[in-house]
Design a protein around this ligand. Structure first.
Ligand SMILES: NC(=O)C1=CN([C@@H]2O[C@H](COP(=O)(O)OP(=O)(O)OC[C@H]3O[C@@H](n4cnc5c(N)ncnc54)[C@H](OP(=O)(O)O)[C@@H]3O)[C@@H](O)[C@H]2O)C=CC1
Ligand SMILES: CC(=O)N[C@@H](CCC(=O)OP(=O)(O)O)C(=O)O
Length: 331
């Protein structure tokens, strides 16, 4: 629904069609009461996809669905952006191990471009099939890549501690996302087993050439949206606060959606709420020679729908911020 909201207000989009696997033919009223004035269509069935009339298709279903759905639609003069994990992992055995599902065909995995446009916009531009990054990897990688690429931190020392709002768990309520269980409580889940671990390691490898194994844990926070990734690593002795700040500024000065704050700024997930920004800060600890990096995003925007629209903009040679210019809502 966030994707639909963004696309409906996008100045370069003529028409958006909505498809559903379970509610074809129904009017979207209950789920999208908040979009009452713009949802003026019944949900369509997937069999009705007019491939030759569409420019771009977003697939926004849980992992495993696009492995079945997308292969027959690929390479048909239609650009595809998949929001799920299916096309993100290049090694099929790695995908099987972490997702416990069968991967898509090799040719399509090889064709898919990982859409972290801040780091590979040239590939995104040429691509017809984008694997939109996961929410946690987006937050973690945008904070870490500048430091890893320049050798500022020791990869083996890296620990990523991430926290997410409950909308990260999708639309269907489960025991784990029940209000009474989460309200007034903080929980840890999928310890050392999160499916985003191989995605982060693979992207570090592809962008910096570093083969490393990360320690990554995730927590559920009783809030609707937002991710904070707090990352700890040993700083190489040749670097200090000043050089870290310079590297961040160099990496992101011309990147619209990454905002680098001064060292030790207190960041809030709410300062990016409803926006496509990723906000970063850091603190160097001279006593321990460790650095802490903090990254915040809105999981539904920069972590999913916003980043998907940003990728679409780059693929169609539009300004990458088209349709995503709005500031965060605060408080
Ligand atoms: N929530 C988040 O913070 C993030 C989400 N993503 C990705 O964004 C996309 C949307 O996320 P989110 O809305 O949370 O996802 P959900 O898990 O809530 O699923 C979205 C919709 O997928 C459809 N769907 C299609 N096939 C199936 C199936 N076999 N089983 C269940 N549902 C199915 C359902 O709609 P219908 O029945 O109408 O077809 C469902 O409402 C996903 O690809 C997800 O991986 C990425 C990063 C962050
Ligand atoms: C809070 C919560 O449950 N979050 C989800 C990640 C959401 C996401 O990024 O999903 P995909 O990688 O599937 O696209 C999780 O931890 O599995």
């Amino acid at each position: 629904m966030e994707l639909f909201r963004l696309l409906s207000a996008h100045p370069e989009i003529k028409e958006v069609f909505l498809y559903s696997s379970s509610k074809a033919g129904q009017q979207l009223t209950d789920e999208v009461q908040h979009l009452y004035q713009i949802v003026n269509q019944p949900l369509r069935s997937l069999e009705q996809l007019p491939i030759d009339k569409l420019d771009v298709l977003f697939c926004s279903a849980p992992s495993g669905v696009s492995t079945e759905l997308l292969p027959p639609l690929a390479n048909k003069n239609l650009k595809i952006i998949d929001l799920a994990g299916d096309f993100r992992i290049k090694n099929q055995d790695t995908y099987r191990k972490w997702y416990r599902k069968e991967p898509p065909p090799t040719a399509l995995i090889n064709q898919a471009v990982y859409g972290l446009t801040e780091w590979n916009s040239e590939d995104v531009k040429k691509s017809d099939l984008i694997a939109n990054p996961g929410c946690y990897p987006t937050a973690a990688l945008l904070g870490l890549l500048p430091l890893l690429k320049t050798g500022m931190i020791k990869p083996a020392s890296l620990v990523i501690d991430a926290k997410s709002g409950i909308s990260g768990a999708g639309v269907s309520p489960t025991k784990g996302t029940h209000f009474s269980q989460n309200n007034d409580s903080l929980s840890i889940y999928k310890m050392h087993q999160h499916q985003h671990i191989p995605e982060i390691e693979q992207t570090i490898q592809r962008i910096t050439g570093i083969d490393t194994k990360i320690t990554f844990n995730t927590h559920l926070i009783p809030m609707t949206r937002g991710i904070m990734a707090t990352m700890y690593a040993e700083l190489d002795e040749d670097f200090d606060s000043q050089s870290v700040k310079e590297i961040y500024e160099e990496s992101y000065s011309n990147k619209h959606f990454v905002r680098v704050y001064d060292e030790r700024t207190n960041l809030f997930t709410k300062q990016v709420y409803g926006s496509n920004y990723c906000d970063l800060t850091f603190a160097v600890d001279d006593r321990t020679n460790r650095i802490t990096v903090v990254s915040v995003i809105d999981n539904l925007l920069k972590g999913a729908a916003g980043q998907a629209v940003q990728n679409m903009n780059v693929m169609f040679n539009l300004d990458e911020a088209e349709g995503l210019q709005h500031s965060p809502m605060f408080p």
